[in-house]
Design a protein around this ligand. Structure first.
Ligand SMILES: Cc1ncc(COP(=O)(O)O)c(C=O)c1O
Length: 355
């Protein structure tokens, strides 16, 4: 498979996996996404919410502002952060010079490329060249995916705010995709919004485990939100999403429990991956809702296929010609973790490379 087609394929496609490996859909352990395996407990939705058009002036931005630590004027609700990813490049003049991580959620690259802009790839593990370009005024927009999916790199607030200031001075901007930031609210730039040159994207799909709800937010200065709002048109966020989103965002006890649950499950999973197959600490990259293992491309393919043959769906990414990442989503309980452990042990016993 080519680099582009591997990196752009979304996770969670069990029908394709069932076809490829000849295993029935319901027998899979799906670790191919970064969606929390425990969802916010969806409450019953009153019939009126289904009957009426979505409210134009609903409390959702106010509740979201409270959760994100900013003011409601800086918040626009959207049908998933994907909407902003697709639309933001259309707000900039052609040939805008935009920097983005070499490897990251591929929809960003697709959208900026499609809108005809000039792309500069940076390696989020080594930022010197990017920073010299920002300082030299060679870039108009910098996109950071923080934490990055799938590299797991988490950039510090001070560094990002410094970039934002330099870019804003020349009329440019910093876009921070924080789809996976809910586990680490202290690292977020959400509370800095609105600020000149800063656009932050948030999602209810990952931490809240509500990917199907299609709800996310853009946090930015009001003129940016107005431009996006025009492109959204009326009723883009449906009534049930408004209703459930308000309740999920206001459920602070559940947020604390979910952070705890995710942290302990991830620690257990990482310990298991290291014990069974990847004792070399440096190759295991712990992320918020997934962890990635860096290894030669041939090993990525081998592990991916052998996991697939045992009904465990992972995701693979290509970093360069010879190197890639194998990403594991979070297991939900001891049963799933044991199933993963047994599959990996079998592969090690059969002589799969430990690289
Ligand atoms: C880094 C990142 N940002 C944004 C998205 C889009 O998420 P959503 O549209 O569900 O909010 C994804 C989806 O996988 C993602 O990985």
């Amino acid at each position: 498979m080519s680099k582009e087609s591997v990196n752009i394929t979304h996770g969670g496609d069990l029908d394709q996996a069932a076809k490829q490996f000849g295993i029935a859909r319901e027998q899979w352990l799906d670790l191919s996404t970064g969606i929390a395996p425990w969802s916010w407990p969806v409450s019953e939705i009153p019939t009126t919410v289904w009957q009426r058009l979505p409210a134009v002036k609903c409390p959702l931005p106010v509740v979201a502002a409270d959760y994100y630590g900013c003011v409601a004027d800086a918040v626009l609700a959207i049908p998933g952060s994907q909407f902003a990813i697709q639309t933001l490049p259309q707000l900039f003049p052609q040939n805008t010079r935009v920097a983005m991580p070499q490897l990251g959620y591929f929809e960003h690259r697709k959208a900026w490329h499609k809108a005809g802009h000039s792309l500069f790839d940076y390696n989020d593990g080594s930022l010197d060249l990017l920073e010299s370009k920002i300082e030299g005024g060679e870039l108009d927009v910098v996109l950071a995916i923080n934490p990055n999916n799938p590299t797991t790199t988490l950039l510090g607030r001070d560094r990002l705010l410094h970039w934002c200031e330099l870019l804003a001075r020349r009329g440019g901007c910093l876009i921070v995709d924080e789809a996976f930031m809910d586990s680490e609210p202290g690292m977020s730039l959400a509370s800095e919004c609105p600020r000149p040159g800063l656009i932050v994207l948030r999602s209810l799909g990952k931490f809240f485990g509500l990917a199907g709800l299609r709800l996310g937010f853009v946090l930015a200065e009001p003129p940016v939100l107005e431009l996006l709002s025009e492109r959204l048109g009326p009723w883009a966020v449906n009534g049930p999403a408004q209703y459930l989103g308000q309740r999920a965002l206001a459920d602070f006890d559940w947020h604390a429990e979910q952070r705890q649950r995710i942290a302990s499950a991830m620690a257990e999973q990482i310990a298991l991956l290291k014990t069974i197959a990847w004792g070399d600490k440096s190759s295991v990259l712990p992320g918020p809702l997934y962890c990635s293992i860096a290894m030669p491309l041939a090993s990525v393919d081998r592990w991916y296929n052998q996991c697939g043959q045992q009904g465990i769906l992972t995701r693979r990414f290509v970093r360069c010609e010879c190197d890639g990442l194998l990403r594991f989503g979070l297991t939900k309980d001891a049963g799933q973790l044991q199933r993963l452990a047994a599959a990996l042990r079998l592969q090690v016993a059969q002589g799969n490379s430990q690289s």
